[in-house]
Structures are given as C-alpha cells and as structure tokens.
Design a protein around this ligand. Structure first.
Ligand code: ZN
Length: 222
C-alpha cells in the first residue's frame, strides 16, 4: 500500500529512456529491454569490436553486451551507473550479462580498477558493480586485489587511442601474479571506447602472469 502510494508520488522510470515503469518492470522498461542495441556476447571474431584490440595484445576473446553511440539510450544508461550513483543498476546489468557465462568459460573476473582517490570521490567502482553482478549470476569468482591502479591521470576525453595508451601505460600494477598463472581471466570494464584502457591493463597482466586473457565491456562504442 505504502509502496503503491510512493510509486504514484515518485514513479520509477526506465534508466535508459526515462519512461515511467509499470509495476512488473525493474530498472529498464520492456521496450528498451528488447530494443537497446546489443551485438551479441559471442560474436565471431574478428569483428568491429575485436578490431580495437587485434594485433595489439595477445588475447582470447572480447565481449560487449550493448553497443553505444554518442547521445543514445545506452550512453544514458552508462551515465547513470558511472556518475549518478546507480551502482545497483550496474550490478543488475552485470547479472543479465552473467547469465550467459559459466565457470566453464572463465576462472576469474577482474574489474578495471579505479585509483583509490577516484574511488573515494565516487564511492564505488562501476566496473566492479558490473563484475559483481556477473559473478553472482555465473558463479565465476572475482578479484579486486590482483589488479590495482596506482596512478591518477587527467581526463582522457579528446585523446586518440595512442595518446590514451601512452597516458595509461604505467598506471596499472599486478599483485601476486603467480596466483593468476594458468587462469582464464576475464577483465571487465563498463565501456570500451578506443580499447586503450583494456590494452594498458591487459599488457600488465600478460607481462606478469601466464593467465589467458579475455575482455568484457558492458557497452562498446560503435
Ligand atoms: Zn525504456
């Protein structure tokens, strides 16, 4: 009763299109659920997503759940997770992704880390929220202690991939690399734009351990 009253006063809206949700809907309306652009998690490679990484790093697979473009609904959704404190939305979307994976595919999920000062400022790591959801739905364990971001860098907006890579080259550090040896690792980020962040963090993991590396982004920029 109280919930219905509150729903009248403060209706819950779809995080992608802002339309009011009906009672049976959560986070995203049914229409967006079917219409948000999704390339398919298991696209045959090479494809337009793998082209961002191919030839630049030794890796196994790259997955993206959504495709985003500037100003589109998926970008709006990502904005809520990253800047509007909607960490539970990130976990929810992670759990949607995680239903397609099992422990047969990967041994360990590693979310892209934030620098501790950025983490303090934001209060949570959006990539870790997504990883948490994937872990819960798939049963694959996750670790936030093997990959750290030890340097804070200025905004990467406006830089091309080479400039981003140069900026990010020395910001990641791998701890206890021996524990990653031989594992099938899935490195997770909220967005894949140029691929520079995946390349920089992935290079550190590959240099430190014999783990087999794959990447997953909640959304990739087309
Ligand atoms: Zn919607």
């Amino acid at each position: 009763m109280i919930n219905s009253f509150l729903q009248l006063l403060y209706p819950k809206c779809c995080f992608a299109c802002d339309e009011v949700l009906i009672r049976s809907e959560n986070w995203i309306c049914t229409r967006c659920r079917f219409e948000l652009p999704s390339p398919g998690l298991f696209l045959e490679q090479p494809n337009w997503i793998s082209h961002k990484l191919d030839g630049l790093i030794d890796y196994d697979r790259v997955h993206a759940y959504y495709v985003f473009s500037e100003g589109g609904k998926v970008q709006h959704l990502l904005h809520q997770i990253k800047y509007k404190r909607q960490e539970r939305l990130g976990e929810y979307l992670g759990s949607c992704v995680g239903r397609s994976f099992s422990t047969k595919e990967y041994d360990l999920l590693i979310p892209m880390p934030l620098h501790p000062s950025r983490l303090k400022e934001r209060g949570y790591n959006q990539a870790a929220c997504v990883a948490k959801g994937i872990s819960r739905a798939s049963g694959i364990p996750m670790s936030e202690t093997h990959l750290l971001r030890t340097k804070q860098v200025a905004s990467l907006i406006g830089l091309n991939r080479a400039e981003r890579y140069k900026t990010l080259e020395e910001v990641f550090e791998v701890l206890r690399p021996g524990e990653l040896d031989g594992l099938r690792i899935l490195l997770i980020d909220d967005t894949l734009t140029t691929g520079a962040t995946f390349l920089a963090a992935g290079a550190k993991i590959k240099a430190a351990s014999t783990g087999k590396l794959s990447f997953l982004a909640l959304a990739a920029l087309k």
